[in-house]
Write a protein of this length. Structure first.
Length: 232
């Protein structure tokens, strides 16, 4: 028996409980299912169109670039355009995400590889689980579909987000996560807001300090009310 188990066992004996009593289990389940929400900012709220408008504006404000495509079939062409215009190699690494796999990459000249990054990839592609309007944040969970290494190791990160997956706030993103996975959530959930940056050294802003220097977001579906590509 571990020290932890021994301590908990002692506490249960002192309280004359086993931890398996139905009322106690019901109370815990009720608390988890019906926990109260914190204060949610007004920013990011509204209907789907309003959330998208705020999401796009916050993405640009965070220093990322942005493009809209009408449907998933147009995403590979936009990714190829972005790499070409940025004078980057036509190479790309992605995970096993079914949404990305279904896109017509063969219609482009991109060399697409799959799997986690070993640090030598220049460009990576991920599909976000959710977008958070209030901060222009992308939520990505770990796994073979979208390996976490793709979020941090390559110099340039391209993220596809479907317009229907844009929610108003962080709490709504967690609610979606719980609805999808229940009690057993992925090992890691990363929240990405703009490209990596730091001003820790002499208050000089440096990009790529802890992750990609560039972040390009491709929004699938929904009309864009804002200039695309973040003015370069």
């Amino acid at each position: 028996m571990s020290a932890r188990d021994e301590i908990l066992s002692h506490l249960r004996r002192s309280l004359h409980v086993t931890g398996k009593e139905a009322p106690r289990l019901a109370n815990v389940a009720s608390r988890i299912a019906g926990h109260p929400s914190g204060v949610i900012p007004a920013r990011g709220q509204g209907d789907a169109a309003a959330r998208l408008e705020t999401f796009r504006a916050e993405i640009l404000r965070a220093g990322a670039t942005l493009a809209d495509v009408a449907d998933a079939a147009e995403a590979p062409g936009e990714v190829a355009r972005y790499l070409r215009d940025a004078n980057l190699p036509a190479t790309l690494r992605r995970g096993d995400d079914e949404r990305l796999a279904a896109m017509p990459w063969g219609d482009t000249t991109l060399e697409v590889s799959k799997g986690a990054s070993d640090g030598r990839d220049l460009n990576a592609l991920s599909a976000a689980f959710a977008g958070i309007a209030e901060s222009g944040t992308l939520a990505l969970y770990s796994g073979k579909d979208n390996p976490t290494t793709l979020n941090f190791l390559p110099e340039n990160h391209i993220v596809v987000i479907f317009a229907d997956d844009v929610v108003g706030d962080l709490e709504a993103a967690f609610a979606r996560l719980r609805a999808k996975f229940g009690a057993v959530v992925p090992r890691t959930v990363n929240f990405v807001t703009g490209p990596s940056r730091s001003a820790d050294i002499e208050q000089t802003l440096l990009f790529g300090a802890h992750g990609p220097r560039r972040l390009h977001v491709v929004v699938v579906g929904g009309a864009s009310p804002l200039p695309l590509a973040g003015e370069g």
